[in-house]
Each structure stands twice: as C-alpha cells, then as structure tokens.
Write a protein that binds this ligand. Structure first.
Ligand SMILES: Cc1ncc(COP(=O)(O)O)c(C=O)c1O
Length: 429
C-alpha cells in the first residue's frame, strides 16, 4: 500500500474545504463516548441549569479516585492549571500537614516539609525565584510554566533514551539545599521509574510532582498510573485517552494538598469570600465532566486498542534499520497517548525532519515532540545551566517522531503509514 492508497478519512476530504484537502491521515482523532450518552447528560445539565460546580463533576471525581485508588481526585480546568495550583499549594499544605500530623494521619506527608523553608506562596511577589524544582527538559512546556508561574526555578536534567522519561541518577545529581521538589512526567503514557523517584523523594524529604497528562490508560504491575508520588496531575484534552474537551485531574492522598487545590480553583476563596492566597478560576464545567464520565466507561477498551495499534506499528517497523522505539519498564503498560519512534539519520539514511516531510507529502500528519526541548525555549532558556549537558534530551528532540494514533487508526492505516516509511528508507539508501 502506498500513500495514495491510504484510507480516506471522510471529513478530511470534503470538497471545497481547502484547509483539509491533502490530509489523508490526521495526527489524532479523539476517542469520544457515544454521542447519545453525552446528549442524555447534556439534556440533564441544561434542564438543571447547573453548568458548573454540579453533580457530574462530583461523580467524575469519585469515579477517578476509585479507579486510581487515591483519597482525592480534584477536577480542574486543565492539567496546566492543576500543576500551577499544586506548586502554589505545596507549602500551604506542608504547614497544614505538620500541624495535623499524628500517628496514622494520612496527611503526614513528611516529604512536604522542605517547602516551608522557602515559603513559596508567601514570597511569590518577590522577583527572585527562591526554590528549585528538578525537572526533565524532555517534557511538555506546561510543566516548567507551572513552576515559573509560582516563582520557582526549573533545574533541567536529562532523561533516559529507552523510556524517554527523567533519569533518576540525573535527578540525584541536581538536588541541592535549594531544591524544593522533584518533577517527573510519564512521557507518551510510558510510566516513569516511580520506584527510584519515590525513593529519592523520601531520601531527600522532597515532594514528587508527577505530570501524568498522558497517564490515563497506563499501568504499572496491573495498577493504573496516578497514585504515585505526592501528587499526579492528568490532562483530559482531546489528544488524551480520556477526554473532557479541556480538563485536568489532580490525584493525591494528601488531604491538605487536595484542600488547597480545591480552594485554589475557586480563586483561593475559602468559602468566606476571603482569598487565603491568590487562586484562579480552575473549575471543570459540568459538560466537560459529563463527557469524561462517559469516557471513563470505555477507557480500558481505548487503551487496549491503542496498545494493539502500537504493537502493529512496531511489527511493521522493527526490521527497518535506524528506527527506534520506546521501551517500557518491566511491568509497565504504556497508554500510547503517542506512538513516538526515533529516526537515526545515519542508519535510516534520512533525518527525522526529512521523513516527516515525506509523510506529509502523502497526507500523513505527524508531530515532533518535544522539539525544541524546554531548556531551549524562549521562556525557560535563561534557567538552563550550560554546565549540565543534556545529550539524551538533545538526541531525542532531534530524532523523535510521533505517528498518527487514535480512534481513526486501524490496521490498514498502520500498514499504509509504514509502507511510506519503508519506501522512504529504500529511496534514501
Ligand atoms: C506532558 C503534558 N503535560 C501537560 C500538558 C498540559 O495539559 P493541558 O492542555 O490539559 O493543560 C500536556 C498537554 O498536552 C502534556 O502533553
């Protein structure tokens, strides 16, 4: 099968829609629940007149908390806002946790103690960032944005080539007395090394903040990703396996942290119309919660399908010299929020960008995540300490290519895309 034989995705070939002409395989199509189920919920929401702070949000939070096995799942307007509120809330929670701590108190999160040294919330109006957060550079820009919005300094470290996730050894080497937190991410839905990261967090009494934006549908030793570290934050935007439209979930066992995140999504208002700290409107609308709630019922099936598609891609491509794959850790199941390959230009005979152009010429949309990596982006490059080289990050940023995956990708699409890649290799050799 060649590019021109690729299945047409009807709405991308409407005559007279020049924006869509030429796109045969879009990068992603959201996995949405059946329209009639969402319509029923929508009718109920409209009928009730309750568009926000209503029962769908409560039900989504309860269902997610149960699925993940955490005490709290707080629905927010996006993963980015969730991460912003988490960093804002950590030192407030640290003080609160300490005052509440008693034997057996689930809120006794010892690792939060270090944050109060820096008083993140109280000093956020100062111009100098005080605390440092050790974070991989090979991650999405929302995570360092959430850190810097809280007047904290991101300290970029390298990742591991096989998993693309942060290297625990690199994290250890970057911890200093100024460190207030460790940040990690399950890139592309591939669970990061939580055992090593949690051990480090415990050793240095630091909170571990996990960007689990890609995490729905992933698991480790049979347990869904999301109950690790001090807190994990999910995204429910359209490219994810569980979709709300826009939305996020903050998952934690810490009562105090959840309390402040809930307050933070309500402008920092504690309910008495007195802002305890500067918050935001970070609520998830009822319509979004309803879509996600219906989506939860199909999540396992969506994840199974993604894994089957990833397996098919891998079978088709594994004999091609120069193409590399993400290797999940033993016991890990990747959500395959993305199916990202690497292209070694010497062995493949063509650069990642060259292959990307060939695929685009055949109407196949791809993405080059995360290029440029965070430490080379305008907003964050001044935080980068050049004496700390990030060779794996640079390599992955130059070589990674995410292929189409989602509700529209089946065996025929996989074969078609892989044929184009194989032909490109042949032509280049
Ligand atoms: C790894 C990662 N973190 C955070 C985000 C931000 O999520 P949101 O768009 O829900 O704010 C994204 C978005 O795709 C992401 O890929």
């Amino acid at each position: 099968m060649h590019g021109d034989d690729l299945p047409l995705i009807p709405e991308f070939h409407q005559p007279g829609d020049p924006a869509r002409v030429g796109i045969r395989v879009p990068f992603v199509r959201p996995a949405l629940p059946p329209a009639e189920l969402v319509a029923r919920a929508a009718a109920e929401i409209i009928g009730s007149g309750r568009l926000t702070k209503g029962p769908y949000c409560d039900r989504l939070e309860a269902a997610v908390a149960q699925r993940l096995g955490v005490r709290h799942a707080v629905a927010v307007s996006s993963c980015t806002v969730g991460l912003m509120l988490v960093y804002r809330s950590l030192d407030l929670a640290a003080g609160s946790c300490r005052s509440r701590r008693s034997p057996g108190d689930p809120c006794g999160v010892a690792s939060l103690e270090s944050l109060s040294r820096f008083g993140v919330a109280k000093t956020s109006s100062r111009s100098e960032p005080l605390g440092e957060v050790v974070i991989p550079s090979f991650t999405f820009l929302a995570a360092p944005a959430a850190i810097t919005w809280n007047n904290l300094r991101p300290v970029f470290v390298d990742c591991e080539a096989a998993t693309t996730n942060v290297s625990p050894q690199a994290v250890r080497a970057a911890i200093t007395p100024r460190t207030v937190a460790i940040a990690a991410c399950h890139n592309f839905g591939n669970p990061c090394d939580m055992v090593a990261l949690e051990a480090l967090a415990a050793e240095y009494s630091l909170p571990l903040v996990v960007d689990a934006a890609h995490g729905f549908g992933a698991s480790m030793h049979g347990r869904p990703v999301g109950a690790g570290g001090t807190v994990e934050v999910f995204s429910l935007s359209p490219t994810k396996l569980l979709v709300a439209g826009e939305g996020g979930i903050v998952a934690t066992d810490c009562d105090c942290l959840a309390h402040f995140v809930r307050m933070g999504r309500e402008y920092g208002n504690d309910g008495s119309y007195d802002a305890l700290f500067p918050g935001v409107n970070g609520r998830m609308p009822e319509m979004s919660a309803a879509i996600a709630l219906e989506g939860l019922a199909q999540l396992d099936e969506v994840a199974r399908r993604r894994n089957a598609v990833a397996e098919a891609y891998r079978r088709e491509l594994e004999d091609l010299p120069g193409i590399g794959f993400i290797e999940p850790l033993p016991g890990a199941v990747c959500s395959y929020k993305d199916f990202s390959i690497t292209v070694d230009p010497t062995r493949f005979g063509m650069t990642r960008d060259g292959l990307r152009r060939v695929l685009a010429a055949h109407g196949v949309e791809t993405r080059a995540y995360y290029n440029p990596p965070c430490h080379r982006q305008t907003a964050f490059e001044h935080f980068y300490d050049r004496s700390r080289p990030l060779p794996v990050t640079e390599l992955l940023a130059a070589r990674s290519l995410a292929l189409p995956i989602g509700a529209h990708v089946d065996a025929a699409v996989v074969r078609g895309v892989c044929d184009i890649i194989a032909n490109a290799k042949q032509t280049a050799s």
